[in-house]
Design a protein around this ligand. Sequence first.
Ligand SMILES: Nc1ncnc2c1ncn2[C@@H]1O[C@H](COP(=O)(O)OP(=O)(O)OP(=O)(O)O)[C@@H](O)[C@H]1O
Ligand SMILES: [Mg+2]
Length: 354
Amino acid sequence: MTESWSGSESADDAEHADRIVSANSDDIERAAEAALRPRRLEEFVGQPVVRDQLSLVLHAAMNRGATPDHVLLSGPPGLGKTTLAMIIAAELGTSLRVTSGPAIQHAGDLAAVLSSLTEGEVLFIDEIHRLARPAEELLYVAMEDFRVDIVVGKGAGASAIPLSLPRFTAVGATTRAGLLPAPLRDRFGFTGHLEFYDAQDLERVILRSARLLNITIDQDAAAEIASRSRGTPRIANRLLRRVRDWADVRGSGHMDLAAARAALAVYEVDELGLDRLDRAVLHALCTRFRGGPVGLSTLAVSVGEEPETVETVAEPFLVREGLMARSPRGRVATAATWQHLGLVPPADGATLFS
Ligand SMILES: Nc1ncnc2c1ncn2[C@@H]1O[C@H](COP(=O)(O)OP(=O)(O)OP(=O)(O)O)[C@@H](O)[C@H]1O
Ligand SMILES: [Mg+2]
C-alpha cells in the first residue's frame, strides 16, 4: 500500500487539485468538506482497524482520567487524517488546536503555540514531516517531558529557562511517514495507518454525504460513483457533487445510475476512476512505445506534460492499480493496461510485462 503514495503525492502537487480525481483539495473544496466530516468515531466509515485501536487508546485514557498518548496518523491524501484528529478531540470532550509543519517557521512559533495550550487539549500538527529541524527538536522535549526550554540571551551568556507545559495530546498527520525522523516517530505512543477504502465503504461514505446534502440517490448510482473514486473518500464526495450538478441541470434532480454514468462521462472519469491524463499516458505507453520500457521524460513529453506531473499525479494510482509498472529501464505496460484500453499487445510479446 505504501509504494503508491510514499513517493510524492502531497502538498507539492496541490496545484493539481483542480483535477477531478485528484486526492488533494483546495480552499473552496475544504469548505465543502467541512460540512461532510464525521464528528464522532462511530460515524467514521470504514478503517475498522484504526478505528478500533484508536477507540481503545482514547477510552483507556479516559477511564484512567489521564491524557492519551500522542497519536500519529499516516496515509495518502483524502483518507480522513484531519477528520480523525477532530474526532479525537471530540471524543475526549476537549478542544483542538490546529497548526502544521509549514506554518511553523521557527522553533519560537512552536514554543508560543505550546505554551498557550491548556490542560488536556489536543494539538493537531498537520504535515508534520515538514516541520523545520529546530522546531522538531523542541517538540521532542515537549511531547516527552511536557516542557519547553525558552532560550534567553545570545552567545555565551545565553541560558535556557525551562517552562513546564500542561499535559496535552499531540496528533500528527503525515502523507509521508517515511520522512519522519525516528526520534519523532518514537514519541508517538500510537500510530494509525489509514488504508485506501474498498468500494463498499466508499458507497457508505457517499450515501452518508448524500443524506447530509439532502440529495436522493439510488444505491446503484452510489455504487457506481464509489467504484470510480480511487479508494478515497475525498474523491467520492467530489464526484457526488459533480453528479448532483448534472442531475440538477440536465436530469430530473434525482440521482440514478444513468445520471451518475452520464455525469462521469462528461467529466471523463472512466470505470476505474482514470481521467483524461491517466488514459493519455497509458495510450502513449501502448501505442507509441509498444508498451515500453520508456523513460519517464520521454513518456511525459509525448502527452505534453511535465515529467513531474506524470510522476506525481498520474503514476501513483496507475501503478497501484497494476495498470503501469516501473522497471529499471523505464515505465512498462502490463496485461491490464492493454486490456483496459481495449488494445491488443504486440504479437512478439517481447515488451509485455504482467
Ligand atoms: N471514514 C470517513 N467517513 C466519512 N467521510 C470521510 C471519511 N474519511 C474522510 N472522509 C471525508 O473525506 C474528506 C477528506 O478527509 P480529510 O480531510 O480528513 O483527509 P486527510 O487525510 O486529512 O487529507 P490530506 O492528506 O489532504 O490532509 C472529508 O471531507 C471527510 O468528510
Ligand atoms: Mg488533512
